[in-house]
Unconditional design. Structure first.
Length: 185
């Protein structure tokens, strides 16, 4: 066996260890071409199909996302419009309530003023009635006192009722006349 190794070593020039033998290159090329044909015939179409499906899904997802975003923007705009409308309605209701409150307050004030005026008028009427009653009582008492004084001064009885009444009325009329003249000064 040693002889064969020596024979093979002597028969040719020094082979380059980095270059493969030609039959290795040939068979490697054949296997490469077969693998490349199988790869391009079966793997590349499936890979292209998968990539196309992915692209369609991505594009569909983007379209759905854009549609969803447009709907979200529209919903947001509607929400903002409803919120603005609600704020305007709340402001209108507040203003209406304020106006109604002022009207109710004015009405209550008017009713209170009317009630106060009625109470004052009733009080004036009662005071006038009481004043008239007191004046009547004072006149009667003053008349009796005047008759008693006259009896004491004259020393005789002034028993005639008609004369007493006439004397009392005359005396009171003179007092009223003097009071009127005294007030006019």
């Amino acid at each position: 066996m040693n002889g064969m190794v020596l024979l093979a070593a002597d028969s040719g020039s020094d082979p380059n260890p980095l270059l493969p033998e030609p039959y290795d290159i040939f068979w490697s090329a054949v296997v490469f071409i077969v693998v490349a044909v199988v790869f391009y015939k079966y793997v590349v179409p499936r890979l292209s199909k998968v990539l196309d499906e992915r692209s369609e899904k991505i594009e569909g997802g983007l379209e759905k996302a854009e549609t969803a975003q447009a709907q979200a923007q529209e919903t947001l705009a509607q929400y903002q419009q409803q919120l603005a409308d609600a704020r305007l309605e709340a402001a209108r209701i507040r203003e209406e309530a304020r106006t109604q409150g002022q009207q109710i307050l004015a009405q209550l004030r008017a009713e209170a003023q009317a009630e106060a005026d009625r109470i004052v008028a009733t009080g004036h009427t009662q005071l006038e009635a009481q004043r008239q009653q007191i004046v009547t009582e004072l006149r009667a008492e003053l008349g009796h006192t005047a008759v008693d004084l006259a009896e004491k001064i004259i020393g005789q009885s002034v028993a005639d009722e008609a004369k007493q009444a006439a004397s009392i009325d005359r005396f009171l009329a003179e007092l009223d006349l003097q009071a009127g003249i005294g007030v006019g000064r």
